[in-house]
Design a binder for this molecule. Structure first.
Ligand code: UTP
Length: 233
């Protein structure tokens, strides 16, 4: 489905699984940088949120073996998302700020300077999926996009269940049933339930796209079709 062919403000979440599948992946980070550069050249406003990927889950797993509290495990995850945010913001050079914002106030200041804020996590208890939903609201974005390592939202994990079916569209109610009620440190569902609840109050288009669509995204914004999932309220 095509999108609006004018300048828009867009919040983009890159799942850690995209930029940091095991370790930071040069070609995917470069793909994100090139796409953001193209969006800026086309005069769009861009707010970026980055996840923690496998390193975050690994830190949390080791910490959990020591009986560390859930709150502290979440904080470990936040630290890793912020390392990833720093990498992407530095890779963006002058387009971004070398100091990734730690909160939305700082992020909006960077956005108002015409630069691209790149944020990791904020406070314990949700994932960067929810941070992106909050960022979209704080920045008054027209569109919220999640890039993941699967090409949309499926009825089950397509990597382990061959009968999994991809949704072209899904409502937040259906999505809540899929993701379950609770956020645990390092959880691995397509989107976290805190984010899905925030979607219910966000009156903008929300898309989940595969990482293969990163390079096409400027054209998708310009009206070309995407192959992911649209989230409806
Ligand atoms: P991620 O945002 O990486 O989790 O946060 P994710 O979206 O499930 O995974 P990716 O994006 O595919 O990698 C990692 C962990 O950090 C903590 C949570 O425990 C989360 O599971 N976290 C993150 C917070 O507690 N608060 C935040 O704002 C962000």
């Amino acid at each position: 489905m095509g999108l609006i062919g004018i300048c828009v403000r867009v919040t983009i979440n890159f799942g850690g699984s995209v930029l940091v599948p095991d370790w930071p992946d040069f070609s995917w980070v470069r793909s994100a940088v090139n796409m953001i550069r193209e969006l800026k050249a086309r005069k769009h406003d861009v707010f970026v949120v980055v996840g923690g990927g496998k390193p975050a889950r690994r830190y949390i797993e080791v910490g959990r073996n020591f009986g560390i509290s859930e709150n502290s495990l979440h904080k470990l995850g936040i630290d890793i998302t912020r390392v990833n945010a720093r990498l992407l913001s530095l890779a963006l050079g002058d387009l971004s700020d070398p100091e990734p914002p730690l909160n939305f106030r700082e992020a909006i200041q960077i956005l108002l300077q015409g630069k691209v804020p790149v944020m990791g996590g904020t406070v314990p208890g949700h994932t960067t999926d929810a941070v992106a939903a909050m960022a979209a609201r704080a920045s008054n974005s027209d569109l919220l996009v999640y890039f993941t390592d699967v090409d949309g939202i499926y009825s089950a994990d397509p990597k382990s269940d061959p009968s999994a079916r991809k949704f072209d569209r899904i409502t937040t109610q259906e999505l809540l049933k899929l993701v379950g009620p609770k956020v645990t440190p390092g959880m691995n569902t397509v989107l976290d339930p805190v984010a899905v609840k925030l979607f219910e109050r966000l009156n903008i288009r929300i898309l989940v796209l595969g990482k293969e669509e990163i390079s096409r995204f400027p054209d998708i914004l310009g009206g070309k079709k995407h192959r992911g999932t649209e989230i409806l309220r």
